[in-house]
Design a protein around this ligand. Structure first.
Ligand SMILES: Nc1ncnc2c1ncn2[C@@H]1O[C@H](COP(=O)(O)OP(=O)(O)OP(=O)(O)O)[C@@H](O)[C@H]1O
Ligand SMILES: O=C(O)c1ccc[n+]([C@@H]2O[C@H](COP(=O)([O-])O)[C@@H](O)[C@H]2O)c1
Length: 200
């Protein structure tokens, strides 16, 4: 089976993530995409929301899509979420499946900095999906990395989790920037400084 892994901080998950996953699934015939929230992302600030909350948000986002699943391994494992450790576990547990790690185009140029990238590109293939302000250029990568990166175009969605957290904290609407079920969950649980809807 061809399985996409959509790794991210998902603080919170938004429609950019959904579209990246669906674009990769469609472009390369992936049978499933597993959304995998990281515990502590290796190259940026830790998430504000707990792993449990981010798992709950992702599960709200994907629940109507039969091709989308959740993988909680990195949250359960704790510590810094190096993809190589997850790739080793995936290859060991599912030896006959092929894994495709889906990333936004902004991440492609940083792949040489990923932990044990030489081993990682032997274990899985990357799919880089277009993102505003980032050209999809493999020219700066070494051949062994570049030959394991597939590219897909996506309508540009200039939305980030940072933007959503900032909007929510300043009382601006985040409706339609996140899936409806995520929006409802955020309101119900008063996450990111969002105020509950008034009864009238
Ligand atoms: N709007 C978008 N278009 C394309 N790719 C995206 C988009 N938003 C996120 N991604 C990609 O999704 C993956 C997970 O992203 P992440 O959870 O860190 O979200 P983010 O919006 O970049 O978060 P933050 O603003 O908190 O840094 C990364 O590979 C990232 O490049
Ligand atoms: O393994 C690494 O060195 C590594 C470096 C940067 C990012 N990643 C993974 O890439 C995914 C997206 O990262 P981020 O920072 O956008 O949330 C997430 O699953 C991270 O664990 C992994």
């Amino acid at each position: 089976m061809k399985v996409g892994i959509m790794g991210g901080t998902f603080d919170p998950i938004h429609i950019g993530h959904m579209l990246v996953a669906e674009t990769a699934r469609d472009a390369f015939g992936l049978e499933q995409v597993w959304f995998m929230p990281s515990h502590i992302p290796p190259h940026k600030h830790a998430a504000g929301a707990s792993g449990e909350t981010r798992l709950a948000l992702v599960s709200e986002a994907i629940r109507d899509n039969e091709s989308f699943r959740i993988l909680d391994w990195e949250i359960v494992r704790g510590g810094i979420s190096y993809t190589i450790e997850t790739a080793r576990m995936l290859n060991e547990r599912y030896p006959s499946d092929d894994f495709y790690f889906i990333i936004g185009a902004d991440m492609v140029q940083y792949l040489p900095k990923w932990k044990d990238i030489g081993e990682l590109v032997r274990r899985l293939t990357f799919i880089g999906v277009g993102r505003p302000g980032n050209s999809l250029n493999l020219g700066t990568l070494s051949v062994n990395i570049a030959e394991k990166v597939l590219l897909a175009d996506m309508p540009m969605v200039d939305i980030s989790s940072t933007m959503i957290r900032e909007r929510a904290a300043s009382g601006k609407s985040i409706r339609y920037m996140v899936p409806d079920a995520v929006y409802d969950y955020v309101q119900r649980s008063e996450l990111y400084g969002v105020q509950p809807r008034s009864a009238n």
